[in-house]
Design a protein. Structure first.
Length: 656
């Protein structure tokens, strides 16, 4: 591909959230509303500058995401590989752009949609991407000047054609796609032959750059033409690659910029679902995504039919139906800053009545609150879910796709489990209950003995490695304690078979019995304990003991449910009963992540020169900066008659 499109790819992905505000582009209607009805997915940054402005008013924006740190990161990238940096800047300058120009471009609003245009008589649709970016007139002029520079030094195999679509001048850049051919090499060539083309269309309107890209997908068609006797050098590549379909799609996109795409447009189909519309269109949105899941499933089915067989495609359809995934509708979500928090909203349409996997989400909820035994200062999450329902769906799917014989194999496994614990797998899963809880505690350093290969000595050696881990406990309230008494007894019976070096020991403490695993080579101690109506799996130092203590003697007051963080999370989100809930201290997790990174630097797990590693550390935010910049983070999943709704909010206090 020629260079005009390299700069555009970079500017879309470059994170420019560290820079001060700039004047906004001219007011335009949302570009995504021009996407045609055949669009299957879209991603857009609808208010980049609004997000940056909101970020600059937070403590995080004023303390962490600063111009000084941004410049420091760029300096480190340059220092880490100066030759590659200089080459990249030199290539960039050939396009007439500087790094500052790219940063400016990245702060504009942009978006892209993926279109699947049906083709008469063909299994697969024609795929293309439609891209728009809201730029100032000066930026548009610079973009075209950059393309003109590249025209003087166009890559071999790339050509430009000027045409008119929807009354606008359009540039078309077409690039050869090559593949290796053994026969061509045998004939004395380098073995590379042209197999396809990529087409890119470029147009401009006041305040907006528009692009259309046709993905290379004609290789199979070209192969069939060759097999039918066509000479490769005589192929009409415009016809072979169906460039006229890209022209037609792009022309409709251009026309819809002003006239609108009509009632069957992608945007209208998305926003027809009220709950989905609530998940997008927020002020200060950084990103929004949209998916037409039923059409995506159809595309997968078509691809299987094209690449495999009609029978495989039919099997895929059976799996989707049995799992109930054919009941999925449209989905959308957004990330934005609002009301003192970074927020994430998502909605997935799955209208009631639901079937298969989707039906397993119905019938159980939990209050958005930790139990009284959960202490303050930890992260907590729970899931309300019946694993027995999941097992039933899996068996139905195996039977529908692999036949009764395969299901019988599973039944034989059930019989083996039944012989050991007098309960089969679905009974064990159902006896866990529908409340699955996880507690994550404050992190600490753990040193473990690990085996590494010494390349100098050409042998394995034992070395100590220190990592920063957060002890974690999984907790259930079994609905049938007798089942788990038998499971625990069976596990205890097998424990001695592991041998004295395994570190596995029988345990009896605080009214719980089970197993403890203390093995230096594992590094992370574990516990598997049952008692007082609870099943506990502890992973990490003191995770098991601290959880057993909390369950044995819940605090009369001062637990997580009575904490200021819990109340602050409710103020941010508005708690509702649902199928999932989580709360964590974002400050604590950020500091833990920083310490994990620092330990990786210390122990050489990240290969950096020591002097460069010190400079990286100097750019990391201090603990005080983290504590000032963030707060509690909460999330919840609820079900409505229309589908699944996910909401999350991470506190970002206002700045000075």
């Amino acid at each position: 591909m020629t260079r005009p499109f390299a700069w555009f790819s970079v500017c879309l992905t470059l994170a420019a959230v560290l820079l001060p505000a700039r004047p906004a582009a001219a007011e335009l209607g949302p570009g995504w509303e021009a996407l045609p009805g055949e669009t299957i997915a879209a991603l857009r940054a609808p208010d980049t500058q609004g997000f940056l402005d909101a970020l600059s008013e937070t403590r995080a924006g004023q303390l962490i995401f600063t111009q000084e740190r941004f410049d420091g990161v760029l300096a480190l990238i340059q220092e880490a590989n100066p030759d590659a940096w200089d080459d990249a800047i030199a290539e960039l300058e050939k396009t007439g752009y500087s790094l500052d120009d790219l940063v400016e471009l990245a702060r504009n609003n942009w978006g892209l949609g993926v279109v699947a245009e049906p083709i008469d008589g063909e299994t697969l649709p024609y795929f293309s991407a439609l891209i728009w970016a809201d730029l100032s007139e000066e930026e548009l002029d610079q973009a075209y000047a950059s393309m003109d520079l590249d025209n003087e030094d166009m890559d071999e195999g790339t050509r430009r054609v000027d045409l008119e679509l929807a009354g606008l001048p359009v540039r078309q850049y077409s690039s050869d796609e090559l593949e290796f051919d053994f026969e061509a090499e045998q004939d004395g060539g380098d073995g590379e032959v042209k197999s396809d083309e990529t087409h890119v269309l470029v147009a401009r309107m006041p305040g907006r750059l528009l692009m259309g890209m046709g993905f290379p997908q004609s290789g199979g068609r070209v192969d069939r033409m060759i097999a039918d006797g066509a000479a490769r050098d005589q192929i009409d590549w415009d016809e072979a690659t169906r460039v006229e379909l890209l022209h037609a799609t792009f022309a409709r996109f251009l026309e819809a910029q002003e006239a609108g795409a009509g009632t069957d447009a992608f945007a209208g189909r998305m926003l027809a679902e009220a709950d989905l519309a609530d998940a997008v269109g927020n002020e200060s949105s950084l990103l929004e995504y949209y998916l037409d899941v039923p059409r995506l499933i159809d595309v997968f089915r078509s691809a299987i039919a094209e690449q495999e067989s009609a029978e495989e495609a039919e099997m895929f359809g059976t799996v989707m139906e049995t799992l109930g995934l054919d009941g999925l509708g449209v989905a959308a979500g957004s990330a934005y800053l609002g009301e003192g928090a970074l927020r994430l909203d998502t909605f997935v349409q799955m209208a009631a009545p639901r079937a298969g996997l989707l039906a397993t989400l119905d019938g159980q909820t939990l209050p958005a609150a930790p139990p009284a035994w959960v202490p303050a200062g930890v992260s907590y999450g729970h899931l309300a879910y019946d694993l027995g329902k999941l097992y039933d769906v899996v068996i139905q799917t195996i039977t529908a796709t692999a036949g009764p014989e395969a299901a019988q194999q599973v039944m034989m496994g059930n019989m083996m489990v039944q012989a050991q614990v007098q309960a089969d797998i679905p009974t064990i899963l159902r006896s866990l209950g529908t409340a699955h809880r996880v507690v994550v505690m404050e992190g600490q350093e753990v040193t473990a003995e690990v085996q590494e290969y010494d390349f100098d000595a050409q042998e394995m050696k034992t070395v100590e490695r220190t990592s920063y881990v957060q002890p974690t406990a999984l907790v259930w309230n079994p609905s049938d304690a007798a089942v788990w008494d038998r499971v625990m007894a069976a596990i205890k019976g097998f424990a001695p078979m592991a041998g004295p070096d395994s570190g596995i020991e029988l345990a009896d403490e605080q009214g719980f019995t089970g197993l403890r695993v203390e093995n230096p080579q594992m590094g992370t101690p574990m516990g598997f304990m049952l008692g007082q109506g609870h099943l506990v799996v502890g992973i990490g130092p003191e995770a098991t003991a601290r959880t057993l203590t909390a369950l044995s003697a819940p605090p009369a007051a001062g637990g997580l449910a009575d904490s200021e963080d819990y109340r602050a999370g409710d103020a941010l989100l508005g708690y509702e009963p649902g199928i999932a809930f989580g709360i964590q201290d974002l400050r604590q997790d950020a500091i833990a992540g920083k310490r994990q990174f620092d330990l990786a630097l210390q122990h050489g797990q990240i290969d950096l020169d020591p002097e460069l590693a010190d400079k990286v550390r100097a750019l990391l935010p201090t603990d005080d900066e983290i504590n000032e910049s963030f707060g509690v983070s909460v999330g919840q999943v609820t079900m409505t008659d229309g589908g699944l709704k996910y909401e999350a909010a991470s506190a970002m206090p206002g700045g000075e």
